[in-house]
Design a protein around this ligand. Sequence first.
Ligand code: PA5
Length: 340
Amino acid sequence: MEGQADDLRARDSEGLLETVLALPDHLRDALWRIESARLRPVPDASAAIVCGMGGSAIGGDLAVAALGDLLTKPLLTVRGYELPSWAPAGAAVLCSSYSGDTEETLACYAAAEALGADRVVATTGGQLADSARADGVPVVGLPSGMPPRAAVGYMFCVATELAAIAEAAPAIHTEIDGAATHLEMRAEAVQARAAEIADLLGDAVPVFYGAGLTSPVAYRWKTQVNENGKLPAFSSPLPEASHNEIAGWEGSRQRLACVMLSDVDQHPREIRRFEATGELIEPHAAAVIRVDAEGVTRTARLLEMVMLGDLLSLHLAARHGVAPSPIQAIDALKAKLGSP
Ligand code: PA5
C-alpha cells in the first residue's frame, strides 16, 4: 500500500492524494460551515436549483442521487448561462463556484435575481462572494487551496442543504456524518480497489456505466479521469445506453474498457441489464469490470464510490506520467474566452 501511495505522490506535488483521502474531514467541516451560515428556510419554494460548472456542479447531481425517494420537489442542476424558462419565481437557487469567478455561474446568479429567486452561494471568494455580500445573499464559505473538483464533499453537502431549506427533502446531516465514519473505516480497502481497477483498465479508454445512485458517479469518474488523468473517458447511464450505445461496442476492437457501477438499490431490471450488457460487450472490450458500491446508507455508498473514482483517476495520472492537479487545457480555454 505504501509503495503504491509513493507512486501516486511522485508527480502529485500539490498533494491531491491527501486531499482526496481527506473527504471525511471535508464532509464534517462542510456540515459545520453550513450550520454557521444559518441559511433561511424557503418552504414556499416549488423547486431547488443548483447552478455550477464542472467540479462545482456535480454536488447537485450527487445530492439528487443520495436523497433518492426522499425528494418531494424537483432538485435540478443547471450547467450553463441561463435558468430554464420554466424556473419558478420563488425557486431556491444555489450558485456554486469554487473560484467564484466562473462566468456561467455568475450569469445564473444574475438570472436568479431577475427571477426573484431565493439565492444561496457556495464559494471561496471571487466575484460571486463580492456580489453575494453586497446583495445580502447568504454565503457558505469554502476553504481555499484545492482544485475545485476536490471540494466535492463540500459541494455535495451544500446541495443537500439547499434541498432541506427548500423543504424538498429532510436534512441528512446524520447520514453524512455516518458516511464520513464509513469512509474512514473503508479508506484502505478503497485505495486497494482503486489500484486493482487501474490494473484491469491498463491502457484502454474507460467507459463508465451507472444507473440510479451510480449514474452521477459514472459521470464523476469520467470527469476525474479527464481532469486528473488528462485522458479520454466516457460515461453513460443505463438503461438508456443498453438501447443504443451497446451496438457501438462492436467497433471498439478491444480499445475501450467497460466499468459497470452497481448498487443494491438499483431496479432489479437494471441489475439484469448490467449483467446482460456486460456479457454482450465482453468479446469487443479490453475488459468488463464490475464495481459494487459498499455501505449501509445511500450516502455512504455514493461517497465511497466518489472516493474510489477519485483515487482511480490519480492512479491513471501516475501511470500516464502526468501531474493530476494542473488543468492547462481548461485554463487556456478560460484565458482564450477572457474568462477569469
Ligand atoms: O475541477 C475543475 O477545476 C473544474 O471542473 C471547475 O470546477 C470548473 O471549471 C468551474 O470552476 P469553479 O469550480 O471555480 O466554478
